[in-house]
Design a protein around this ligand. Structure first.
Ligand code: SF4
Ligand code: SF4
Length: 374
């Protein structure tokens, strides 16, 4: 663990889904309501706020200036923001994001600055634009206190990135109880790799984009029986709050009630009892039983595919929809997670099916996915 990293509150305020005045305008953040949410969060002793250059088309950063930075002493909270360099046309524009973020936030430094969504082909852009050296220079200049990166990729990629960039202070990873032992995501492996490199972790999507707050009835009943008073979100957060090596767990809050509930949950936070852990294990088993494709993410099918179809990812998303009943959410994920090789790129050569130890009818499953998501 990096001993020099400053403490952050274990509960973090994710500012990517703030309340809006006009639902058709993502930039129309309800500042007065947001101020009340900030106050409830701060009054309970929490301090960590997470935003990004692109959240709410930039309005998330300006909303933080109005609701937080102008109203509280600068040293009483910590700010994290991110640079989506891979979506920028050139290195100069990518580096300029920090100037813009600081101006929007109304501060002359950010506590945590993240290279946003490193991994896959995006990593090459961060390299090409010199972003790794840039954040170190900005640390020396005092405009960034700690530099890290967020990543949705797998543990091997995380290992490679941290081996290449040991100077990074922390990482932000997607971790939740459903992915903990999932063959595709293996969040437990991500945490092991971060620990091996001594990097503290900010956890994002502890409720998997809200999906673990809206469980199918079969799984919800298991948790309700074990703890009738606890909400589904509380199970998701407690799982992450009590993992070792965690700096903060982000919760994307959209209204005052959620803020009050999260603050109260964290105040009462204790590790799971053996009975609660057993109930959570049972709920996960129920969720997994709803998965429709027995893919183990072994990747044997991928190497011989002439169309570079992202087969395991497609299978994972089919299963995610079966487990969560949330078609639109999975469709949105599909649009960017399979962009390098969507199901419809399949030319039906059959090479993948010959390699699959699970004997999955991959071609049919790909057709099903293309119809659902493309
Ligand atoms: S059948 Fe489709 S997915 Fe499978 S290897 Fe051939 S092109 Fe790739
Ligand atoms: S070979 Fe089969 S089990 Fe392995 S990743 Fe491909 S589809 Fe999944």
């Amino acid at each position: 663990m990096n001993q020099n990293i400053m403490p952050a509150s274990k509960m973090g305020f994710g500012c990517m889904r703030l309340p809006l005045l006009d639902e058709s305008d993502v930039a129309s953040i309800d500042i007065e309501l947001f101020k009340q949410m900030v106050d409830a969060f701060m009054e309970a002793g929490n301090t960590y706020f997470d935003t990004a250059f692109v959240y709410h088309n930039g309005a998330s950063e300006t909303a933080l200036r109005e609701a937080l930075v102008k109203r509280y002493p600068r040293e009483s909270f910590t700010l994290a923001t991110k640079c989506l360099a891979w979506a920028m046309p050139d290195g100069e524009s990518a580096k300029n994001c920090l100037d813009v973020s600081l101006e929007r936030l109304g501060t002359d430094y950010v506590d945590y600055y993240l290279l946003h969504n490193v991994g896959g082909k995006r990593t090459a852009k961060f390299d090409e634009y010199g972003m790794w050296d840039f954040v170190q220079r900005e640390k020396e200049a005092g405009r960034i206190r700690f530099a890290g990166f967020s990543m949705h990729d797998n543990a091997d990629t995380l290992d490679q990135l941290l081996t290449a960039h040991p100077e990074m202070d922390f990482v932000q990873l997607q971790v939740n109880y459903l992915d903990w032992d999932d063959p595709h995501n293996k969040a437990s492996r991500l945490m092991e790799v971060a620990q091996k490199h001594g990097k503290p972790v900010i956890i994002m999507e502890p409720a998997r984009g809200g999906r673990l707050c809206n469980l199918p009835p079969q799984a919800a009943q298991v948790l309700e029986k074990a703890a009738p008073e606890a909400g589904q979100a509380q199970w998701a957060y407690r799982f992450c709050w009590n993992l070792p090596g965690v700096l903060s767990v982000l919760s994307g809050m959209s209204n005052l009630q959620q803020t009050h509930e999260n603050v109260a949950s964290y105040r009462d936070n204790v590790p799971f009892s053996p009975a609660e852990q057993a109930a959570l294990d049972e709920a996960v088993a129920v969720l997994r039983s709803l998965a429709s494709v027995p893919c183990t993410s072994c990747n044997y099918c991928v190497k011989g595919c002439p169309a570079n179809v992202q087969i395991p990812k497609v299978m994972e998303l089919l299963n995610l929809e079966a487990m969560t009943n949330d078609h639109q959410f999975v469709k949105d994920l599909y649009s960017w997670q399979t962009a390098e090789g969507p199901a419809s790129a399949c030319i039906q050569c059959g090479a993948c099916e010959a390699m699959c130890p699970q004997q999955i009818d991959i071609i049919n499953q790909l057709k099903r996915a293309a119809e659902k998501y493309e």
